[in-house]
Write a new protein. Structure first.
Length: 94
């Protein structure tokens, strides 16, 4: 799990994993209800000591964000790519 903070200016977007510092998000494309983002390289949450870069393609549907991601692990040999699905819910500001 992570928290994505989206600002009015896409240059200010961040992702924060529990117990880690916020990381910048590169917004490659933002159009209507679709977004393409890239995060990294950063130390993998799943593979300690391995650096990873993640590219996500998502669609906003009401208060939900759903899509797919591809994670590219550095120096990981045959298991260097992971693909999956992602989903999230818009948080209510406190």
């Amino acid at each position: 799990e992570y928290t994505m903070t989206a600002t009015a200016d896409p240059a200010g977007w961040t992702v924060t994993f529990p117990g880690r510092e916020p990381m910048p998000v590169k917004v490659e494309s933002l159009s209507n209800d679709s977004i393409v983002t890239v995060i990294g390289p950063y130390e993998s949450v799943l593979r300690e000591g391995v650096m990873v870069t993640t590219r996500s393609v998502s669609m906003l549907m009401g208060d939900r964000l759903a899509g797919t991601f591809t994670a590219h692990y550095q120096n990981a040999g045959a298991d260097s790519v992971l693909q999956g699905r992602s989903s999230g819910t818009r948080a209510t500001p406190e």
